[in-house]
Design a protein around this ligand. Sequence first.
Ligand code: ATP
Ligand code: MG
Length: 702
Amino acid sequence: LQEVLAEIENKGVGTKAVRERYERLLRTFGPELTILREVPLEELQQRAGSLLAEAIRRMRAGEVIREAGYDGAYGVIRLFTDAERAQGNAVGLLFDLPEPTPPRKERPAASEPPLPPPTPVAEPVPPPLHAPPSNGSGGLLVGLDPEQQAAATHIDGPVLVVAGPGTGKTRTLTYRLAYLIKERGVDPAQCLAVTFTRRAADEMRTRLQALLGEAAADITVTTFHGLGLELLQAYGGRLGLPQPLRVATEAEQRAVLEAQGLSPTQAQRLLPRISYRKRTGQPGDERLETTLQAYDRALRESGRVDYDDLIRLSVQLLENYPDVADACRERFRWIAVDEFQDVDANQYRLLWLLAPEADARLFVIGDPDQAIYGFRGGDVRCFLQFTSDYPPTRRVLLRQNYRSTQAILEAAARMMAPASLVPDRELVAVRPGGVPVEVVACPSERSEAIFVAETIEKLIGGTSYYALDSGRADGEERSYTFGDVAVLYRTEAQAAELQEVLAQAGIPYQRRSHRLLTELPEVAALLTYLEENPEGPLTERLERWAAANAPAREALLGVLRALATQCGDNLEAFRNELALRSEADLWDARAEGVSLLTLHAAKGLEFRVVFIVGCEEGLLPLTYDGRIDPDQEAEERRLLFVGMTRAQERLFLTHAQRRRWLGRVRTPEPSRFLADLPARFVRRRTHTVRRSPTGGRQLELF
Ligand code: ATP
Ligand code: MG
């Protein structure tokens, strides 16, 4: 509440004005939690002012502006945009905002295409186009270096930015959109930004909001699947798709297969093959094809499509209905795609259908060495394809890495070198030096988890890690918080041990995976509840469910609330939103906790401290029978590269000498990739669990 007041007053949390107002509120309404969660908004409005009532309404609905902690700054949660605050201030804080905030855009009714508003502008770029690019002081682009600026300001045709991790690709993409809109007069409604996860999309929206204010709301920022859903909702009728469209959950997909006589295990195993088949378009064997046909028919009869259909059918739609394709091209004249290295053939085709002209305003960025979705059909050859499909492409290279210290960057690059797809890449760390990367051998998986917990304690706690370990006293070393730390692993199964040890050590954490939200037991229970209890508005039913099912996870509940509000009373829309979001999207910037993530889910993120556990043969590279083909091995190496390059300041690579894995105790060798780390930037050691004669520090600690 104090933070909300501080934002409204535009003063620090500790100031007298904020404190007094806070205390007054407590005297009027009772405890803080009651005010935040229960006091009716009308009452707040009457007795404490509209602005506070609006702030609390937004907070309850999860309509907050998350400014993620990039650029070395901590993330903050805000409730008002700068523009709104300025308006609010202009009329005095105790009065109404001049204009009520526009309600969130309703999901379009099924029969009405949401896409159109084709703006009646003959030329895609209105007048200020030839205004000289601003890069002088005060201009938007001062936040970019000259190479990044060149990429952001090239507007006459396709641009391909191929650059290593941490070189500011995502940042350049965001600034480019802001630049187009603010300084070149492009209509935000004609801009489409495609990212890989909803979380990345949300973060991009936040960054755009910070750069653009209100105008950011009109940009379509989405994932490929989100875009597919939007297209099919608008025009799916043409393909004879049921309306409203419903995306099947994995459980529903399995049920369809089981109804065809497959056992649950067979159904489970077949799903990834069906998915791969749909993503790549490569026909499988005859049996797969027959099963697939029956599966698709049954799915359609039950009024559903599956996740992969969202792209595949959108492609069909644009290929077969030129008027639809034209409307979409008219709508999205400026397209930008992040993480381009991971697009698969269907996604590429969809992109091409949206922008088929050779000189299209298509802006794609990526890093071939971070292609980690080959197993799901991602095809890094799309880079080559791109330059041949769009011959006028301007290629831009970025060389400066702003994220990691030199030690981390060099270690990662040298490890990647043997299988690099960009062998002549130049990558220079803006932050010279740095602490060496630590490779730590641990006797067992348990001691590995203990090593992680102990190291986190040292980094955060009173003892200076530097002073202890390297004899150097460096005050800065102590300034880490739990939110600065991520622990990455190859398989979900590795998380359990870590969670247990972290919990015992009292270290807060958040675990996120790429499992879809509809796969979470809580969400499945909620959907059942909503179906069985159809009375009342969606948001109220959600609250009733939450009250009966406490303790639902805060972060989950927050997301559910926000989605329910956004979807109004449309249960199908709500269900579809859930089907598109993964656990990784439950990122809660407010919760200060260590992040536990799979390597895949860590893509695009950055943390000051990173642990990668389980750097062992069998786990990384992941193999089930010890064999691995060269392509898979290369992808596993890229995965480690992605993981290592998430780190800004400290990087620990651990491996256990004994581990229970796939049902038996093994004694794995260290990962083959560790052998390629350069000695100069790496320190190797063995972790020993310290025990005192009386039973040990471990017992005290845990
Ligand atoms: P990845 O390949 O991992 O997705 P990326 O190339 O997208 O990385 P960003 O996440 O955009 O890199 O940038 C990495 C970090 O460097 C961010 O914290 C970003 O704000 C910072 N950064 C990028 N460019 C600049 C710049 N010109 N000045 C200052 N900081 C920058
Ligand atoms: Mg990025």
